[in-house]
Design a protein. Structure first.
Ligand SMILES: [Zn+2]
Length: 293
């Protein structure tokens, strides 16, 4: 297993990253959790449970975890919560929409087990619907719903510090998304709306730092605008191509295949590896479903 610890903002934020060292993985996929003044944001993957336990045991008195907030129910974010709650009695908080999903636990396909470990154990969490104040009252985090990657995803924003903890709501590049038969139903139009909402909400934050889960820290709110432009371009390309290809008499699956070819050359290798759960096809379908942009 690979564990990395990084401090940000003059030791105010501790980032703990975990990735599986499974030989079947082409490269390590990291997921991050953040510890700020006793508040833990997310809990890593089920496969990282033992490493997380060691990490919690290694914390000194001033770093003790007082509470944990889960941004969304995916296994790479909620995977350590069962252990934190049952062994360390750390209370777990989440949004109203995530409560029942966490309570159910989850078993997921083998390709996700390779990255994140066997299965997500049920988590008994409590709903939080007001800003989260940390242990020494130094920081106050607003709850900021960011639908799109997952319907229940809630980011945390510390306005004074200009920090946004967005989990998977901001991705490095929109080349493929989850969909099809997967339990993860990403929607590109909702992802775009959430980015736009985040851009508006952070308008006075010239020094904004966006903390992602496993994709580093993004500096400046212009990044949000760039992400929106990236999706705008994809949308325009898909519609332009779709009109042209339909004129040639293509429709349905053949139309989608033609659009993938014209935009990306071919489907990503990840597509067949995930039985179509994560693919460029899902991205095109989601873009074509997007009405009234
Ligand atoms: Zn996720």
């Amino acid at each position: 297993m690979v564990v990395r610890i990084t401090y940000h903002c003059n030791y105010q934020i501790l980032e703990w990253e975990w990735a599986s060292d499974n030989k079947m993985m082409p490269y390590p996929y990291f997921t991050s959790i953040y510890l700020i003044d006793g508040l833990l944001i997310d809990s890593g993957a089920p496969g990282g449970e033992n490493d997380l336990r060691k990490f919690v045991e290694s914390l000194n008195h001033s770093q003790t975890i007082e509470k944990c907030f889960i941004t969304h129910s995916h296994e790479d974010h909620a995977g350590g919560a069962h252990m934190l709650n049952s062994e360390f009695k750390i209370p777990i908080y989440t949004s109203e929409k995530a409560i029942s999903l966490l309570k159910k636990g989850n078993t997921y396909p083998e390709y996700r087990q390779m990255a994140w470990g066997p299965k997500l154990l049920p988590v008994m969490a409590e709903i939080i619907d007001k800003p989260i104040v940390t242990k020494s009252k130094k920081y106050k985090f607003e709850l900021f719903p960011m639908n799109g990657h997952a319907p229940e995803l809630v980011a945390l924003i510390e306005k004074k510090k200009q920090w946004a903890f967005v989990a998977d709501a901001v991705q490095p590049k929109y080349k493929m998304i989850f969909g099809r038969n997967s339990d993860i139903q990403e929607d590109i139009s909702l992802i775009y709306q959430s980015l736009s909402k985040l851009y508006e909400f952070t308008k006075d934050m010239d020094e904004l730092l966006i903390f992602s889960a496993g994709n580093g820290v993004l500096k400046g709110r212009e990044i949000i605008l760039k992400k929106m432009e990236e999706i705008d371009n994809l949308y325009n390309q898909v519609y332009k191509n779709s009109m042209l290809i339909q004129k040639e008499g293509y429709s349905g699956k053949r139309l989608i295949r033609k659009i993938i070819k014209s935009l990306f050359g071919k489907e990503s290798i990840i597509g067949p590896l995930t039985q179509g759960d994560l693919s460029r096809e899902n991205l095109i379908i989601s873009l074509l479903k997007w009405e009234n942009k």
